[in-house]
Design a binder for this molecule. Structure first.
Ligand code: PLP
Ligand code: ZN
Length: 452
């Protein structure tokens, strides 16, 4: 039997019938200005049974022949089927742990909470999942004699780290525009180390984004921001992995922090495809969590008591400073996409204050995690929904952890030293400074745990 031929292309999500190849340099619809999305030949995908797909994906998971052991490329037929294998730029991304966090769950009165550690990957954030697809597409364009000289992005830190690592691995020049003084040291040093041209602009993320959009009007600089829908194809594999790690079932809830809202849209896309192709029976409900200091989606929906649907208009705001710096975004590029995902997955939008996100992150850490502040936003949202009885005991919840906590050590240190602005740490655990004497150490142990 001949192998079925799978294919994918850009199509206009704005309603017109514009189509383009995935190697065309195009980010929005040239006819109606709508966002683009990657569409797959679903009839071809449906030509394989759910059981065949499960067997194929399970057989490759973290083991298969290069690059199919990657969490993204193990699902290549659903991501970018016609890409030549030799143009795949992979750092063995994805395949991240899905942990059950029982001690944390119990504190919330829940009993089935899991953490999908998307930050346990090459550059320490979920951005690797999308960037492997985008940079592979650029490698394919260049292999065919395309005009792209360099790839550029505006970033709140993690996108630039992923872009510069994948570009360096492929030998493709990269340019990153960062808001000066608004990202963590670990995030800044990654693109510097990987040899990107690092431009620190005296503005915020939205200001960097405005410049990079103009920069990418010439076709020799390729735009790597999440308005580029190739990234969403890679990011949606986190959802496929979650279903796979749960024995091809959906949880009741997925909770995810949202800034530019590309990742929330990717969750919708992933689960909808899983359901359409019969790999799961039902969709989870989606919770998008925003920082109160950067909450345009929350204001337009839950803050206004409006159900999230694509007809909601998300007014841009000026994002205020938040510890969750990677989601300090006032004008989310993928708001419409996220609203579509929220509608399809019967979603809720929640928000968290600085105090709530910092304590939620610390609470999870006390149960053995090491969570970044954005994951703290998602956890705080879950805590509020559990307290209100919206999320209930017996329901299965997966919280998406978007980055590794080690990228945000300033946040951790500041919490435990009690120096974070606007936060009174409820779970402070500073180091105890002592002279080098047995008595002092024994006293400190007794003070914490009582006498033996
Ligand atoms: C990019 C990022 C987010 C936000 O994802 P969006 O797709 O912009 O909503 C959240 N957390 C971390 C750690 C990130 O790097
Ligand atoms: Zn269009």
């Amino acid at each position: 039997m001949a192998e079925p031929v799978f294919s994918a292309w850009f199509r206009c999500a704005g309603g017109c019938d514009f189509r383009a190849a995935l190697t065309d340099v195009v980010y929005s619809c040239p006819r109606c200005g709508g966002l683009l999305e990657v569409e797959h030949d679903r009839a071809a995908l449906a030509g394989r049974s759910a059981d065949e797909w499960k067997a194929l994906f399970d057989g490759r998971f973290k083991l298969g022949r290069w690059p199919y052991g990657s969490g993204v490329w193990g699902k290549k037929e659903w991501v970018y089927p016609q890409l030549a294998d030799e143009n795949v730029v992979s750092m063995f991304e994805g395949g991240s742990p899905l942990l059950r966090i029982d001690r944390y769950a119990r504190e919330l009165g829940l009993d089935d909470v899991w953490l999908k550690e998307c930050g346990v990957t090459h550059t320490g954030s979920f951005k690797d999942l999308g960037m492997t697809v985008l940079v592979s597409a650029v490698k394919e364009m260049r292999a065919r004699g395309g005009t792209v000289r360099a790839v550029a992005c505006a970033s709140t830190g993690d996108t630039s780290a992923a872009l510069s690592a994948y570009c360096a691995a492929a030998g493709i020049p990269s340019v990153v525009l960062l808001p000066r003084g608004k990202i963590s040291t670990a995030q800044l040093v990654q693109p510097i180390s990987n040899g990107a041209l690092v431009l620190e602009l005296d503005t915020d993320f939205d200001g960097c984004m405005a410049v990079v959009r103009q920069l990418a009007e010439t076709k020799d600089i390729y735009l790597a921001n999440s308005m580029n829908s190739l990234r969403i194809e890679g990011q949606k594999t986190a959802s496929i992995e979650i279903a796979q790690q749960l024995g091809w079932t959906s949880p009741d809830w997925i909770v995810i922090p949202g800034g530019n809202l590309g990742n929330a849209s990717a969750v919708g896309k992933g689960f909808q495809l899983l359901k359409q192709l019969g790999l799961v029976e039902r969709l989870p409900r989606l919770v998008v969590a925003q920082a109160e200091n950067a909450n345009p989606l929350w204001r337009a929906t839950t803050g206004a008591h409006v159900r999230p649907t694509p007809s909601v208009e998300v007014e841009p705001v000026t994002a205020r400073r938040t510890l969750a710096s990677a989601i300090q975004i006032g004008a989310p590029v993928s708001a419409k996409r996220a609203l579509r995902a929220l509608e399809a997955l019967d979603g809720i939008v929640e928000q968290a204050t600085e105090q709530e996100l910092a304590d939620a992150a610390a609470r999870a850490d006390r149960a053995g995690m090491f969570t970044c502040p954005h994951t703290g936003v998602a956890l705080a949202a879950l805590e509020k929904l559990a307290a209100r009885g919206v999320v209930k005991k017996g329901e299965r919840v997966v919280v998406i952890s978007t980055a590794h906590g080690l990228k945000f050590s300033d946040f951790k240190v500041g919490y435990h030293e009690g120096t974070l602005a606007g936060v009174t740490p409820a779970l402070r655990n500073p180091g105890v400074k002592l002279p080098a004497s047995l008595g002092a150490v024994q006293d400190a142990i007794a003070a914490r745990f009582g006498r033996g």
